[in-house]
Write a protein that binds this ligand. Sequence first.
Ligand SMILES: [Zn+2]
Length: 161
Amino acid sequence: MERISSFCVDHNALQPGIYLSREDTTPSGDVISTYDIRMRAPNHDPVMSITSAHSIEHLGATFLRNHADWSKKTIYFWPMWCRTGMYVLFSWEPSGEEVVKIIQEMYAWVAELDESYPIPGATAAECGNYLDHSLSQAKNDAKKFLEIIKDKNTLDEYKYL
Ligand SMILES: [Zn+2]
């Protein structure tokens, strides 16, 4: 089997940031853009807790799917299971500046949520592991990442192996 392209990125050189991972064209001609939202330096920083990544998934997906401009363009948002970040898929080729801006907006929203905000979809009927959530951990992780990305206006670039 060939090594897939995302494994060719030098993870030891990877710093927290926002990266374009793939651009794929579907058979019907639509472009799907995949971004790595790298919240921790791989193999260096402590990883996120599963609980935090799970809550960021519920919160971020809800934010994007309710966003006036981005709801129709968002395909999916979910955690990397190395627990160093999240992925997001958009259904066209946004500019790097647009992507950085919406991700800053999303993390700022999570970071600033009131402690009493109910995590969306966190009931037994709505989620496969509904007790495994923590708003405070999600808010802390969002704050940490926002500190890193708050002054960025372009995507970061990969170093390849
Ligand atoms: Zn869930």
